[in-house]
Design a protein around this ligand. Sequence first.
Ligand code: ADP
Ligand code: MG
Length: 697
Amino acid sequence: MLGFFDTKIDFLKGVGPQKAQLINKELNIFTYGELLQHYPFRYEDRTKFYKINQLDSDLDHVQVMGRLVKLESIGEGRRKRLVGYFRDETGEMELTWFKGIQWVVKKLVVGAAYIAFGKPSLYGRKYSIPHPEMEPLTTVKEERNLFQPVYPTTEKLKNRYLDSKGISKVMEGLLAASLPQIQETLPTDILLQFNLISKKQAIKEIHFPSDQELLTKARFRLKFEEFFFVQLRLLKLKLTRTEKSRGQVLADTSLLTQFYQDHIPFALTGAQIRVIKEAYMDMKSGKQMNRLIQGDVGSGKTMVAFICALIAIGSGAQTCLMAPTEILANQHFEGLKAFGDMMGLKTALLTGSTKKSQRKIIHEMLLSGELHILIGTHALLEDIVQFKNLGLAIVDEQHRFGVAQRAKLWAKNKDFIPHVLVMTATPIPRTLAMTLYGDLDISVIDELPAGRKPIQTVHRYDSNRLKVFGFIKKEIELGRQVYIVYPLIEENEKLDLKSLMDGYESICRAFPQYPISILHGAMKPADKDFEMQRFVKGETKIMVATTVIEVGVNVPNASVMIIENAERFGLSQLHQLRGRVGRGAEQSYCILMSKYELSKDSRIRLDTMVRTNDGFEIADVDLKLRGPGDLMGTQQSGVADLLIADLSKDAPILTIARDAAQNLLAEDPDLVHPKNALVLRQIKNQKKHQINWSRIS
Ligand code: ADP
Ligand code: MG
């Protein structure tokens, strides 16, 4: 059923079909409802006045009260301009016009008092506002809108008189028509509990605030609402799933016990044990598990995954582990096959480069149930890969996988959806995790294996390269290995390769005595693997690479990570790369190389890396610098739907909105109580517009 808010904007006053088309295209806005949610991104505060001696070119738009003492035409022809000398008790400034001079001269009265509004900049010794808005002081009325909304717009819209002012005019009309139609979406008890203003008032105030206090309340109300419904949907999804998705009961721990007693090479950390228990509770519960394991680099996620696999296999099911790159799949295979062999289990590797004949054998052994653990890349997802009984699907470093790909895993088993464990080393700030994975259970491995020394990180300028080379030599002579990583700038693969090759050659010249490996994306998988193996075995001392080594690679003897052009990397990438060292007992180092001049953000990134090893702290800084949209595939998760709330700033509001949603569902899981009718209706309304919420994450 279409309602008032679904009305097309084509015949809205001040719009019309042609402009409507442009708005559709430029702003992706089609209906009244959507336009009403085109919120201002800031407000011009017309309550504050500046004195001329308080002006500063860093200020945005300001308004100044003063007297126009003189008007003067300066220059000739195209360079002609009109200058108004404007004075208050603190000094004098200039107002300049380059266009419409005749009209301005006619309108302004020399000697009269005005409010001039615009952006000040310093010319010579005086401040000047080009093309100010001029308002005679006498006309300032009570109803003058003190906060003027500034709307997002585009050049094309501006050309059709839809600048911020134009949009504001349209909005005024739309708002007047809409106000009687706007209905409350939140139950009264929640409004009261959190002291929220009504939806109607919030919409009015967000566009045309009466004062600062109401603007603040309007923002709070709308942000709360946005988070509340996102959380409610996610929590409801989770509720439905835990109720409905039956899961295979995988409860046999005999294999696990055997491994634990006879083979495990180290004592598990407390955090590893806790997370294994959490997964075990899920797997034996009869409900299907969907669990995200978050653990900083080096926290030992692989062992947790293997032990969960032992529970599944011990209970008669098979396990697969999917990794984002071939190198990583190889490495998991090498590591886990060794453990599997000790336990008499059959393990196989399936990637894009697996030979056809080998594939056939794997497919057969999967179907017969002979193969216990299948490790691979997205090759695992191909339809031809079928299991006898896939009980547990593990996805490593999940942010590299698309949602659709993951969903394919669900289809791999006939009677039961497999239990799913998603492991990520990208520490996600709590707020983001709640929003992205609100429907997943989350386990956190928040402890590193004992005896690890924190990695020492320093920042060095390129001019100090010789000293850094000296340090490399010293470490290699102590028996350690070194990574040197070059950035990848995806627009130009050839250039990337060239800078890597140049780097490689200069390293070879600097260290003719050491065997050196090189690894980059353009190499054939087999060659990559060969080079990687040489480095793993210690045959080569230095690994020159692009970011292909970013995730997962594990060479405990490598103790130095040098990152070239570190200013070009994002924070989470730097943290991932650093995580490649510090995996053994030796003291490890990370050296961030950069040029001397750095942008403000680059400097913050490098300083953050030097200051802390804590992935969560780093993720928080990253979120603040980049905003949530960039952090990962947030597009698919609905985070991009947030219109007014901001994950990097509004975490406290998210937390209370989530609690409110949780309480409401605890009281009324099916939303059948009359007082929650509004909520139910809102959820149904949203469903119409909803983009696809994935089932796994
Ligand atoms: P990540 O969480 O980054 O995937 P890995 O699983 O690769 O970490 O583990 C990093 C290193 O730590 C590996 O060499 C692994 O064998 C080792 N490790 C894992 N758990 C422990 C532990 N409890 N005690 C000692 N070493 C461990
Ligand atoms: Mg790993």
